[in-house]
Design a protein around this ligand. Structure first.
Ligand SMILES: [Fe+2]
Ligand SMILES: [Fe+2]
Length: 298
């Protein structure tokens, strides 16, 4: 594709404020404006110091997964931003600028938390082989492939990896689980506050991913097979990353899995509904259909 512009939407044609990405952009401008630096970790520091060594280790294992995961998605999003910009999808690129800013803040949040807890050791030893498969290999590979191959298939694989699996299964369920474990203890209030902000940001990120994949499926029905294949390939290592977590109360565990399944099924249903539809149909779904994908935090 030649590097030239044939016109500009801002002065001819306008910006589609009705599209889901433009709506997410609008939401992100205020909901995504929280500042990790404003979070007070002084109670967390005290609470952490009073945990027994096993509980400290569990906390750090989770923090090591989330912190590196947020760093990975910060580092690996740019090829997708470049891909949609190159296609002239202004609304999508505008939203992705906020998306990337939010991921940078999530990374900042975890580093500030670890600094406040006075944890300066290398925590990468907590990363399981399954975790490494997803975050050290599959995610960067799927995203950076776009620089050489921005085809719809590659875009679908990238969005399934990033939005459906890493954000939709791992981050969202992981944060939900962590909140469920921490909230009853009344401890670590700064950590909980940050996670609550991150969860609402992630819901918007995932909604964008579902929109993108739905658009790609509407453009070419064969993309649905690419989506299914990629999901099947990644689900094993994705679920394997949870296996290293500390054992939980079976009722809590069942609730967490149920949460993950409901969210995942709702999103896959949206994508399946895109089959046989036109791109204009998907663009018209900005409200109701994606509200489902946004979930409770929408
Ligand atoms: Fe994030
Ligand atoms: Fe995200």
């Amino acid at each position: 594709m030649a590097a030239r512009h044939d016109g500009f939407r801002s002065i001819a044609g306008g910006i589609r404020w009705d599209l889901l990405p433009a709506r997410l952009y609008e939401r992100g401008k205020h909901l995504g404006a929280w500042n990790p630096r404003d979070i007070d970790f002084s109670r967390d520091r005290e609470d952490f110091r009073h945990l027994d060594p096993a509980a400290q280790e569990s906390f750090l294992r989770l923090a090591a997964g989330f912190a590196a995961g947020e760093e990975a998605v910060t580092l690996d999003l740019l090829p997708l931003v470049w891909t949609v910009a190159r296609e002239g999808r202004l609304e999508e690129e505008m939203y992705l600028t906020i998306f990337l800013f939010e991921e940078a803040k999530h990374t900042e949040f975890f580093r500030r938390l670890l600094d406040a807890l006075d944890v300066h050791d290398d925590l990468s030893g907590f990363h399981s082989p399954a975790y490494r498969t997803i975050f050290y290999e599959e995610l960067p590979r799927a995203m950076h492939r776009l620089l050489a191959d921005p085809s719809p298939e590659a875009q679908a694989e990238a969005a399934v990896t990033y939005n459906m699996v890493v954000e939709g299964v791992l981050a969202e369920t992981g944060y939900y689980a962590w909140r469920r474990l921490l909230e009853p203890t009344g401890a670590m209030p700064g950590t909980l506050r940050g996670i609550a902000h991150i969860a609402t940001d992630e819901a918007r990120h995932i909604a964008y991913g579902v929109y993108l994949i739905s658009r790609l499926v509407a453009e070419d029905d064969r993309i649905f097979d690419v989506v299914e294949r990629r999901l099947n390939a990644l689900m094993g290592p994705a679920l394997g990353t949870f296996a290293a977590d500390p054992p939980r109360d079976p009722a809590v565990q069942a609730d967490i899995l149920d949460f993950a399944r409901r969210r995942f099924d709702a999103r896959l249903n949206v994508i399946a509904r895109a089959r046989g539809r036109s791109v204009a149909d998907i663009e018209g779904w900005a409200g109701g259909v994606f509200a489902e994908a946004l979930g409770d935090n929408g």
